[in-house]
Design a protein around this ligand. Sequence first.
Ligand SMILES: CC(C)(COP(=O)(O)OP(=O)(O)OC[C@H]1O[C@@H](n2cnc3c(N)ncnc32)[C@H](O)[C@@H]1OP(=O)(O)O)[C@@H](O)C(=O)NCCC(=O)NCCS
Length: 178
Amino acid sequence: MPSEFSIRAATAEDAPTLAALNLACWRETYEGLLPAETFAALTLEERLDHWRGAFQSSGSRVALAFDVDGAAVGFTHWRAHEFVLGGRLGRGGEICAVYLRRAVQRRGLGRRMMRQMAREMRASGCKWASLVVLRDNLPARRFYEALGGRRFGRELSWRGVPQIAYGWRDVAGLAAHQ
Ligand SMILES: CC(C)(COP(=O)(O)OP(=O)(O)OC[C@H]1O[C@@H](n2cnc3c(N)ncnc32)[C@H](O)[C@@H]1OP(=O)(O)O)[C@@H](O)C(=O)NCCC(=O)NCCS
């Protein structure tokens, strides 16, 4: 059965679309989770700067999802992270963002976009994947746990808001997740 959503790689030309979509998703997600002044300070200009910068720095992989009418309804962003451990070079995928408009949530699109990111990570030689999520964003945490993500590390803080990390030791498992 054909999917009701299409997904494609985003390019620098998509920065205005991403900025507007990003802001709309943040407003739907973070009201009540972020301090009121932080929430009120979210702007389109800042998001536009962010996305223009993301496409200028090498290694950002961004995808956009569209509904049947061509409206942008979701996006993902990841980049490779390299480090040396015990004299060996390790490479993992850092998931920077996965956001869908509320109207299209719980229809399997998030799972599909995570799977696609994991496949890209595998193809680029990443062994593991990780991300940071607000501790109190419980729906997102349940989603990552349903996809096999495991909490690791200590609690972090972003502008006083608690954050925690989730990871997948073997990105191949996420790439194959049904
Ligand atoms: C989190 C998000 C990406 C999940 O995508 P989605 O398309 O809604 O989720 P899926 O339909 O693919 O769900 C896959 C599984 O995850 C779990 N899950 C997803 N959303 C859940 C929720 N709100 N509560 C509990 N479990 C949930 C379920 O096990 C689900 O399987 P099921 O529907 O068969 O029960 C999406 O809901 C979203 O964009 N939320 C707002 C933004 C956000 O919080 N992003 C993360 C920031 S770190």
